[in-house]
Design a protein around this ligand. Structure first.
Ligand SMILES: [Zn+2]
Length: 227
């Protein structure tokens, strides 16, 4: 090979190497920008499932099994007078990472009671929950959404209402419950359901599957309130 050819070949190799590096960097830049875009993307929309009127000896365990399988945490607002004899179930709710709230002792309309009666309905329930779990609940779900504002100071608890109510306790069509929730769901939704009906539990797990697939993140109600 002539010297001139060798120089040419050397220059060609250098050019190829240069082009190679350029290409490599180009692809790397593309990869980095994708990673950057993903990191800068909006956080997953949040949704909170809340279950009132439990615990139920049949349907609450069924719901807990399904939630555990899906690694999803929810909130249970328990009725005080239903706690006796169901202590293990209440402890299971706590141990599996769900939030426990207060739904009064006998499911009363708090706005129709005197302040002291309302206070008793809440405190009796919080005390029972404390005796079972070692933790006082911080949140209350007033039955029928009826609350007395002064109570917040009296019992130092915060009410948590809801913004989606498929009225699951009045119907048994799973499809309808799922559809009603999913057509209204948005980032920040607090969904009201009841863990004392087979159809509600089935609908809840369907909703979890669908919303996980849509990229939603399930949080407990306190995480929604504190944001
Ligand atoms: Zn209720």
């Amino acid at each position: 090979m002539k010297k001139k050819d060798r120089v040419f070949q050397g220059a060609a190799s250098a050019l190829l190497l240069f082009l190679g590096v350029l290409c490599y960097n180009h692809f790397n830049v593309r990869e980095y920008s994708e990673v950057f875009r993903e990191a800068a993307a909006e956080p997953a929309p949040k949704v909170a499932l809340t279950f009132d009127d439990g615990p139920d000896p049949v349907y609450t365990p069924k719901l807990l099994d399904g939630l555990k399988e899906r690694k999803v945490h929810v909130t249970f607002f328990l009725i005080g007078k239903k706690l006796e004899g169901q202590e293990d179930l209440v402890r299971r709710i706590q141990q599996e990472g769900h939030l426990i709230g207060n739904h009064t002792y006998s499911h009363v309309d708090l706005s129709k009671l005197s302040e002291s009666q309302a206070k008793e309905e809440i405190e009796k329930t919080s005390n029972s929950i404390y005796e079972i779990t070692g933790e006082y609940p911080t949140y209350v779900r007033p039955p029928f959404g009826e609350w007395q504002e002064e109570l917040e100071f009296e019992v130092t608890m915060l009410p948590i209402l809801w913004n989606i109510d498929p009225i699951d306790w009045q119907r048994s069509d799973v499809e309808g419950i799922v559809r009603d929730v999913e057509k209204k769901v948005a980032d920040g939704s607090i969904i009201l359901l009841h863990d004392c009906y087979d159809s509600s539990v089935e609908a809840a797990l369907r909703i979890v599957d669908d919303l996980l697939e849509q990229g939603y993140q399930f949080v407990t109600a306190d995480q929604m309130i504190l944001e």
